[in-house]
Each structure stands twice: as structure tokens, then as C-alpha cells.
Design a protein around this ligand. Structure first.
Ligand SMILES: *[C@@H]1O[C@H](CO)[C@@H](O)[C@H](O)[C@H]1NC(C)=O
Ligand SMILES: *[C@@H]1O[C@H](CO)[C@@H](O)[C@H](O)[C@H]1NC(C)=O
Ligand SMILES: *[C@@H]1O[C@H](CO)[C@@H](O)[C@H](O)[C@H]1NC(C)=O
Ligand SMILES: *[C@@H]1O[C@H](CO)[C@@H](O)[C@H](O)[C@H]1NC(C)=O
Ligand SMILES: *[C@@H]1O[C@H](CO)[C@@H](O)[C@H](O)[C@H]1NC(C)=O
Ligand SMILES: *[C@@H]1O[C@H](CO)[C@@H](O)[C@H](O)[C@H]1NC(C)=O
Ligand SMILES: *[C@@H]1O[C@H](CO)[C@@H](O)[C@H](O)[C@H]1NC(C)=O
Ligand SMILES: *[C@@H]1O[C@H](CO)[C@@H](O)[C@H](O)[C@H]1NC(C)=O
Ligand SMILES: *[C@@H]1O[C@H](CO)[C@@H](O)[C@H](O)[C@H]1NC(C)=O
Ligand SMILES: *[C@@H]1O[C@H](CO)[C@@H](O)[C@H](O)[C@H]1NC(C)=O
Ligand SMILES: *[C@@H]1O[C@H](CO)[C@@H](O)[C@H](O)[C@H]1NC(C)=O
Ligand SMILES: *[C@@H]1O[C@H](CO)[C@@H](O)[C@H](O)[C@H]1NC(C)=O
Ligand SMILES: [Ca+2]
Length: 580
């Protein structure tokens, strides 16, 4: 263990404090950032609340190993001078004896700006003061969309920028200072600062890395929703395909296509384990038409997702054989959005991902499956383009593939400097010594895995224009490493490929990289479900791809495969602007 504060008697006394002694309102108040610390922000010291939590149990958390922790939750409110708003932040502080001179910033998911206890608890388990924010949206449970409009037609821009990047930044800068003051960290003593988040939380992480070169020493970022405008409208594409092809597949039929895809593509990676570790080889060698005519069958569920138990409305038993129409829907979805001139607008999920966006709904009166418009996509048309207080689209009448392109363009231009977070030049962050571990489930059905590949590729080509592909791919690994997780779903392990490992302790690997210089050449994954639960598997560093060789297919090789790599790169020729 590192000796953190060998010279300071003050600090020795802080380390010797019990949690009870540390966790008082007055102690927390005296550790607040002083007036003027953050230009434009005034902290309300009377708002401080300090509460002890004991024996908090972290179990089956996607991003942190099991642990039991004690903490002090210190929260307070601040205002932006001249704005009259109120922003709440909360920090979980470890027991003084377990503090490792670390700070962890956390973000949210979906339209939430925080994940509450589920991520700050993990931060405490690695000895970090761990913070989250309410963005000034009212309270910790208010989502960003709830306050996005002041009235129909009037955007609350202050909150849009808070959600975009500002709130996480402020929470982090204030929290680092709180941690320094609480533990008496002197100028010159290192307080390591990290970020951890996935999906929207991943977008928020990149928003910090791209803008603030000295804020973080490292970020562990999963499946970021950072190419926001493209990403959100992409959720509507599957529905527009169904409408255009006039076929609304029973969900069981689409799931059967996915199952057949997984079965056929599983062995292409050299190991028959139910995991499609090489969706690129699947793209190259599997003809989805071969699923036409296969039988499918799903039982009725009183609350189902159409293809199995879930929380949806009742679904009937579904039986049949996979139709050419369903396969056409599936193939068109996998091809990605093209405009009416055939030019590519965006890309899609990898084969083996479920067709979550294509979910239809059952009409019990007619006995038909009908269009069910993706709630993830619809709100970006109503609230963020039309600026009306609604999260649902009544129908897709008149909507074509060109309409999707127009919607993306509108969102892109309107929110390029707030929600869209794909700035490709990370030179300042690199020069400041920052590190990023970026991972993405290869079978993600909500954010295409190719989205992360495209950004890594953008950073590589923008930052090292003079170097060859291989040289720049080597250079970028000095500070930014991408890993595709075989079989992984959206920000978690995949119940349809249960033998795939998930990198639950990627934050620990990031810390080892930052603090000890141990480079993550492989990400460390653990199987979290099924018969192989607990098994350890390594995950290859992009652009190398996994292949299981050896006499028995158990030896992981990370191989360079140009033909496979080419399938991940798209010419988005529908746009005149570069899409980073
Ligand atoms: C926490 O767990 C420990 C060990 O099991 C136990 O001794 C202690 O009483 C528990 N504390 C509380 C407040 O439950
Ligand atoms: C931390 O404390 C604040 C103030 O009491 C409370 O609003 C918040 O819910 C607490 N956070 C967690 C994750 O328990
Ligand atoms: C939007 O509608 C919700 C109820 O659905 C309401 O609580 C909220 O105040 C409305 N917001 C605006 C700006 O009209
Ligand atoms: C703390 O360190 C910074 C940067 O090294 C320096 O600019 C500043 O003057 C120092 N402050 C004090 C109080 O020593
Ligand atoms: C797909 O495979 C899963 C097992 O991974 C199974 O539970 C499910 O019933 C299958 N669904 C269909 C429609 O074949
Ligand atoms: C699949 O079948 C459709 C319809 O017959 C055809 O247009 C398409 O080219 C086929 N795809 C492949 C890859 O064979
Ligand atoms: C459809 O409606 C009938 C009659 O109300 C009911 O018995 C049946 O359970 C419903 N089925 C589904 C799938 O909702
Ligand atoms: C659908 O398949 C299930 C399971 O094999 C069976 O129990 C059910 O009777 C079938 N329903 C129809 C309408 O064929
Ligand atoms: C705002 O727009 C929503 C959605 O169109 C509508 O339901 C609501 O009535 C409008 N509110 C006002 C005050 O016009
Ligand atoms: C790039 O490196 C890989 C091995 O990592 C090698 O197979 C490939 O030939 C190299 N490409 C070029 C153009 O040198
Ligand atoms: C890798 O994960 C396993 C759990 O599967 C854990 O025991 C081990 O310490 C981890 N190794 C590293 C380097 O993080
Ligand atoms: C299978 O591969 C593993 C890992 O390389 C090796 O340890 C083991 O001896 C191999 N088993 C057989 C039967 O070849
Ligand atoms: Ca496999």
C-alpha cells in the first residue's frame, strides 16, 4: 500500500480519524471549497448534510466487484452567481483508513445525469471520494428531459449545457477540492482523479476528457452515447424499416433470427461457446437468408417482451417459420441508414445483437402485430426538435429514410456544442498525461459497437496524420485504448451469449495504468452468469481481434485481420461534413 502523507502530522491525524469523527456537519462545512475557489459559483454552507452509511453491500454490480463498505455521504448545494439556480451534489467519502488519495466522478444513463449509489459505492470500494450531481434539475432523481423545456418552444439552455458537460465538470472540480480539504492533502501531493460511466455516462465521460485536460488522470468509459444526434435518431430507424417494408414481425420471429445468427457465427472465432467474438467474420461469412424457413416458437407471457418474460404487456404464443419479409427487415436494419439516393447516413448494430429497436406490439383486438415506435428515439423528435412537451410520437406517417437524415442534421446543428460529444483532438489531454480505457459490448443492441470504433479511428487519424496506420495505432495506445467485449450487450453481459466475459474491474486496470504504469494490453473479463460463471477471460486490444487457436480452441490470440477491420469502417457519404 502507498504511504500517502508521510510528512504531515495534520494528515496523520486525519487518517487516524474514525468515520464518525469525520462525518459531522461542521467538519464537512469546514472542508467546503472556499469562496472564490470556483469563479461564478457560490456554495451554500448551510445546505451541508453529512450522513454515515455502514455495511453497504455491493453485489452483482456490472462495473464493480463485490464489496461491503462504510461511507460518509456529504451533500451540499451551490448556485451560479447571477442565475439564481440551485445545484445539488453528493459525495460518498470512504473511511479515513481506507482512503487512497483518489477521487471518482460518476455519471448517469439514459436521460439521467447520475446513477446514485450504484456507482459512488463502487468508488468508495477503491478508496475514492466519489461524487455525483443533480445537474440543477431539481433533485437527484430528476431526468434532464423533464426540465429541458421552460415552455413549449422555449429551451432551458442553461440546463442543456449542464447536462451536456458543465454539471459533471463542476461536481468534479468542487469534489476534488472537498477531498483535499477533508483529508488535508497539501499542494504537491497527488490526488488522483478518475471518471467511470457507461452509455449516457460514457458520453459524459468523453465530454470531460475532450474539454478539460487537467481534470482527470483517467477515465473508464463504456459504450458512450456521444455521437448524440446520429445515435438517438438511429433508434427510430428499425421502425421506419418496418413501415417502409410494411412488415411488423412478431418479436419471437426476430429473436429466432438472432438465435440462428449466434448459432452460425459462434464457431467462426475458433471456439464453440455460444459467444460471437467475431461479429466481423459473421458479417463476412453468414448469409442471413439462410434463416428463412426455420421454425420458431415462443410461449405466451402475461407480461412479456414479445419473445420471453419481461415487464411489457401480455403477449400471445407465437409459432411459425422465419419469413423472407422478416429477414428483409433484419438485413435492412443491419445495413444501417441510407438516404433515398443510397448514400450511407449511419451504421447499425453488429449481427448477433438483438433487434430491440424493432420491437412490435400486439393488438389483442385484431390479433395483429403493429408498429411500436421506439421511445428512445421518439423523444428526440418531439422534445428536442419540435420543442413540445412530449416524449412520444403518435405515428411515422410520411417519415422516410431522408426524414431520418433531416432529423439528425437538425439535432447535430442545434446541439453540436452541448450534447454531441465527438471532438476528435485529444492532444491536450494526452499531453497532460491522461489515460482512457474505452470498451463496448460487441453485440450491443442500443449503441452500435461500430460507433466506438469510428471515434477511436477519428482520434487516431486526426492526432497522428503523418503516421502510418500501424504506427498511429501504436502511438494512440500510449493514452487511449479501445476494447470490444465479445458477446457483450449494452453496458453489461448478454443473457443470449451468457459465456461471454464482462470487464467488471476495468476501473482497477485504469488505476493500475495511471498509478503504477501497468499498461492494459488485455482487458480482464469475468463471466457473470450461466454455467461458466466466475471464469476469467481476456479481451483483446483494438485493432487486434480475438481468435481462439491451439489444439483445443482455448488459446486466445489477438490477431491483425485487415479484411475484418475493413468491415468496421464506413463511408458516411450522405454527409458533406466529417462525422467524427
Ligand atoms: C457491520 O458488519 C459488521 C461485521 O459483520 C458488524 O460487526 C457490525 O455490527 C455491522 N454494523 C452495522 C451498523 O450493522
Ligand atoms: C446523500 O445525501 C443526500 C442528502 O441527504 C441525499 O439526498 C442523497 O440521496 C444521498 N445519496 C445517496 C446515494 O444515498
Ligand atoms: C410537461 O408535462 C409534464 C407532465 O407530463 C409537466 O409535469 C411539466 O410541467 C410540463 N412541462 C412544461 C414545460 O410544460
Ligand atoms: C499550489 O500549486 C500550484 C501549482 O503547482 C501553484 O500555482 C500554487 O501557487 C500553489 N499554491 C500554494 C498555496 O502553494
Ligand atoms: C433464443 O435463445 C434463448 C437462449 O439463449 C432461448 O431462451 C429463447 O427461447 C430463444 N428464442 C427463440 C425465439 O428461439
Ligand atoms: C437474400 O435474399 C434477398 C431476396 O431474395 C436477395 O435480394 C438478397 O440478395 C439475398 N442476400 C444475400 C446475401 O444472398
Ligand atoms: C386478449 O384478450 C382476451 C380477452 O379479453 C384475453 O383472454 C387474452 O388473455 C388476451 N391476450 C393477450 C395476449 O393479451
Ligand atoms: C405454439 O408452440 C407451443 C410450444 O411448442 C405450443 O404449446 C402451442 O400449442 C403452439 N401454438 C400454436 C397456435 O400452434
Ligand atoms: C405543449 O405541447 C404538448 C405536446 O404537443 C401539448 O400536449 C401541450 O398541451 C402543450 N402545452 C401548452 C401549454 O400549450
Ligand atoms: C500492421 O501490423 C500488423 C501486425 O500487428 C501486420 O500484420 C500488418 O502487416 C501491418 N501492416 C502494415 C501496412 O505494415
Ligand atoms: C481479473 O479478474 C479476476 C476475477 O475474474 C480477478 O481475480 C483478478 O484480480 C483480475 N486481475 C486484474 C489484473 O485485474
Ligand atoms: C487446452 O488449452 C489449454 C490452454 O492453452 C491447455 O492448458 C490445455 O492443456 C489444453 N488441453 C488439451 C487437451 O490440449
Ligand atoms: Ca465463439
Amino acid at each position: 500500500m502507498r504511504i500517502l502523507f508521510p510528512l504531515s502530522t495534520i494528515i496523520t491525524s486525519v487518517s487516524a480519524l474514525s468515520l464518525t469523527e469525520l462525518c459531522t456537519k461542521s467538519n464537512a462545512q469546514s472542508a467546503l471549497p472556499v469562496a472564490g475557489f470556483y469563479n461564478g459559483i457560490t456554495v451554500d454552507s448551510s445546505s451541508v448534510v453529512a450522513t454515515i452509511g455502514t455495511n453497504y453491500s455491493i453485489r452483482s454490480n456490472t462495473f464493480f466487484p463485490d464489496a461491503t463498505i462504510n461511507y460518509c455521504n456529504i451533500s451540499f448545494a451551490y448556485t451560479h452567481n447571477g442565475r439564481g439556480d440551485l445545484v445539488h451534489v453528493a459525495y460518498w467519502v470512504p473511511e479515513p483508513s481506507k482512503f487512497r488519495s483518489r477521487f471518482l466522478a460518476t455519471g448517469g444513463g439514459g436521460l439521467a445525469i447520475n446513477s446514485g449509489a450504484s456507482t459512488v459505492s463502487g468508488g468508495v470500494s477503491i478508496g475514492a471520494v466519489s461524487g455525483y450531481t443533480d445537474g440543477g434539475f431539481g433533485n437527484f432523481n430528476t431526468n434532464a428531459d423533464a426540465i429541458f423545456l421552460l415552455a413549449n418552444g422555449t429551451v432551458n439552455w442553461e440546463s442543456a449545457y449542464m447536462f451536456g458537460y458543465q454539471a459533471i465538470h463542476e461536481m468534479t472540480v468542487l469534489g476534488k477540492e472537498l477531498a483535499r480539504n477533508l483529508f488535508g492533502i497539501k499542494n504537491g501531493t497527488k490526488l488522483y482523479a478518475y471518471y467511470q460511466g457507461c452509455s449516457e455516462g460514457g458520453r459524459e465521460g468523453w465530454s470531460q476528457v475532450q474539454r478539460y485536460s487537467n481534470e482527470l488522470d483517467g477515465a473508464s468509459i463504456g459504450a458512450p452515447a456521444f455521437r448524440y444526434s446520429h445515435q438517438q435518431i438511429q433508434h427510430l430507424y428499425s421502425n421506419v424499416v418496418e413501415k417502409t417494408l410494411d412488415y411488423y414481425p412478431p418479436p419471437c420471429e426476430m429473436m429466432a433470427i438472432v438465435n440462428a445468427t449466434i448459432k452460425a457465427c459462434d464457431p467462426l472465432d475458433g471456439k464453440r461457446d455460444g459467444v460471437v467474438a467475431r461479429t466481423d467474420l459473421c458479417k463476412l461469412h453468414f448469409n442471413i437468408n439462410s434463416t428463412i424457413g426455420l421454425p420458431y416458437s415462443c410461449a405466451a407471457f402475461s407480461g412479456g417482451r414479445g419473445f420471453g418474460p419481461g415487464s411489457g404487456s401480455p403477449t400471445p404464443a407465437q409459432n411459425g417459420t422465419i419469413s423472407a419479409k422478416a429477414v428483409a427487415v433484419a438485413q435492412t436494419i443491419l445495413n444501417g441508414i441510407h438516404d433515398l439516393h443510397g448514400r450511407q447516413v449511419y451504421f447499425s448494430y453488429q449481427p448477433s445483437a438483438t433487434f430491440a429497436d424493432a420491437q412490435t406490439s400486439y393488438n389483442n383486438a385484431t390479433g395483429q402485430w403493429e408498429l411500436s415506435i421506439s421511445g428512445l428515439g421518439a423523444e428526440f423528435v418531439t422534445r428536442y426538435i419540435d420543442l413540445v412537451n412530449s416524449s412520444t410520437l403518435p405515428n411515422l406517417n410520411g417519415v422516410t429514410y431522408d426524414t431520418l437524415k433531416e432529423w439528425i442534421y437538425h439535432l447535430w446543428q442545434t446541439y453540436d456544442d452541448s450534447f454531441q460529444v465527438n471532438w476528435p483532438d485529444l492532444t491536450r489531454f494526452e499531453e497532460a498525461g491522461g489515460k482512457v480505457i474505452h470498451y463496448h459490448g460487441e453485440s450491443d443492441d442500443s449503441i452500435p459497437a461500430a460507433s466506438s470504433v469510428r471515434y477511436w479511428e477519428s482520434v487516431r487519424s486526426v492526432m497522428y496524420p503523418g503516421l502510418s496506420y500501424n504506427d498511429s495505432a501504436t502511438k494512440i495506445q500510449d493514452f487511449y485504448r479501445l476494447f470490444l467485449v465479445p458477446g457483450g450487450a449494452h453496458c453489461g453481459a448478454n443473457q443470449y451469449q451468457p459465456n461471454g466475459a464482462w470487464p467488471q474491474n476495468s476501473l482497477t486496470q485504469l488505476i493500475d495504468w495511471v498509478e503504477k504504469g501497468i499498461e492494459p494490453n488485455l482487458l480482464n473479463g469475468t463471466v457473470s452468469m450461466g454455467a461458466q460463471k466466475g471464469e476469467n477471460q481476456k479481451i483483446c486490444l483494438w485493432p487486434l481481434r480475438p481468435y481462439y487457436g491451439g489444439s483445443n480452441g482455448t488459446e486466445l490470440e489477438c490477431v491483425y485481420d485487415q479484411v475484418s477491420l475493413d468491415t468496421w469502417h464506413y463511408n458516411l457519404d450522405a454527409w458533406k461534413m466529417p462525422v467524427w
